[in-house]
Design a protein around this ligand. Structure first.
Ligand code: NZQ
Ligand code: ZN
Length: 388
């Protein structure tokens, strides 16, 4: 049975090849002072930076910049962004990049006018925002996180090696997001496929919970099938617009909070993967792919009916003459084959994890109760060991 919920999503999306042409109209809503946030320089190479600057100048904005936002943005970098935003009293934060830039923009948005240390308040104590929020707009260049239409903001404290996400309420969601699938063409293959798996993982984290007949599960099976189909095409033809645009849209739906409504949701692959990221700074999607198969094989007996349904409805496994257990196992084997076909990282050793690190990584993984099994620290270590 669907649980009770509230639902609203305030992010306005502009999707398609001409999406950037709507930026000027959006800018008119906000004050003169804009903080432009971007990463290590990909937007300068592919020309997106010049196009955005031209629109900002045409709109007569004063532009301030924070560049060099790294994948897995750090707390030190957050302090820098807050300083620049405060000194220049900015009216809008415009993120141009992937999930890291968008997450970072949201963190700057809530932290600039925060009297306390944002790490303590938002990331360790998970408190709500009770200070001024600077509006955020997003121009997305990397697909996967769903950050363009949610309140998620993940920050890494490189001193304590804790990587923590705060899921802020809808006041912190981007006010608008510009999604042009062509912007994703210049992604290196490693990042592209990491993004594909991030999307898959977001869907599975929500799918593998509950035993009820829930509409969201049917929606997620559809999203998964479309993702599997389009990702295989995009791998062979990275500039296939149909495939890349489908994937961009699936990513947004996978984590714009809709399919989670009325479900308990699991999120343990992300909790463990995030801790791996805190200790290694590895690419987010690859931290998830490296641990997923051992994790799902571990919890499968506790959620057998759903794993059987997954095998049949997503991987087209024929259940005739097979036990539930056999069907579920074949489904997971097919998922593993698909992941290998994409070229995902399938073990933690490749990400620089060693056996001595496992206990600390397990300590940094928050244990959430929504999935089919509540893990103990020992089970997390066992899963990590199997992932080496
Ligand atoms: O820094 P630049 O030069 O832009 O290069 C980036 C970066 O190196 C590059 N890139 C992005 N767009 C490109 C491009 N290169 C060429 N052409 C383009 N069009 O790709 C690299 C990775 O970018 P990044 O933004 O780090 O990737 P992603 O979108 O996967 O974001 C990862 C961050 O998001 C968090 C992760 O934990 C991680 O910190 N997440 C946020 C979530 C949310 N807000 O809900 C949920 C996710 O589960 C995730 O935890
Ligand atoms: Zn993710």
């Amino acid at each position: 049975m669907l649980g009770n919920f509230e639902y609203s999503n305030p992010t306005k999306l502009y999707f398609g090849e001409d999406a950037l042409s709507y930026l000027g109209g959006e800018l008119a809503t906000y004050g003169k002072r804009v903080l432009l946030i971007y990463g290590g320089g990909s937007i300068k190479k592919n020309g997106i930076y010049d196009d955005v600057i031209k629109i900002l100048k045409d709109a007569d904005k004063d532009v301030f910049e924070v560049s060099g936002v790294m994948p897995n943005p750090t707390l030190e970098k957050l302090y820098e962004g807050c300083r620049v935003a405060k000194e220049n009293n900015v009216d809008l934060i415009l993120s141009v990049g992937g999930g890291s830039c968008c997450d970072y923009a949201k963190a700057v948005s809530v932290s600039t006018h925060c009297e306390e240390d944002p790490w303590e308040k938002y990331y360790l104590r998970m408190e709500d925002v009770d200070n001024k929020i600077i509006p955020v707009g997003c121009i997305l260049t990397m697909v996967g996180t769903g950050s363009e239409m949610n309140g998620g903001s993940v920050i890494t404290n490189s001193k304590s090696k804790l990587k923590i996400g705060h899921v802020f309420g809808d006041k912190v969601f981007p006010k608008f997001s510009i999604l042009n699938p062509i912007y994703t063409y210049t992604l290196p293959e490693y990042q592209m496929v990491a993004g594909f798996y991030d999307i898959m993982s977001h869907i599975l984290e929500q799918y593998f919970s509950g035993t009820d007949d829930n509409t969201s599960d049917y929606i997620m099976e559809g999203l998964l099938k479309s993702l599997i189909n389009s990702s295989k095409i995009a791998l062979k033809e990275p500039q296939n617009y149909e495939a890349r645009s489908n994937i961009m849209w699936i990513a947004t739906w996978a984590l714009n909070t809709l399919v989670a409504k009325g479900k308990t949701t699991d999120w343990m692959v992300h909790m463990i993967g995030q801790s791996v990221g805190g200790h290694t700074n590895a690419t987010h999607g690859m931290t998830l792919s490296a641990i997923s198969m051992p994790y799902y094989r571990h919890i499968m007996p506790d959620g057998l009916a759903k794993f059987k349904r997954y095998a049949i409805n997503v991987w087209n496994v024929n259940p005739e003459g097979k036990s539930d257990d056999e069907v579920a196992k074949i489904g997971l084997d097919q998922m593993e084959n698909y992941m290998k076909e994409l070229g995902l990282v399938m073990n933690l050793t490749e990400l620089g994890v060693t056996e001595e690190m496992l206990s600390n990584i397990a300590d940094g993984a928050f244990i959430l109760p929504g999935g089919y099994k509540i893990l103990t620290k020992e089970e997390i270590i066992q899963i990590l060991k199997q992932s080496l």
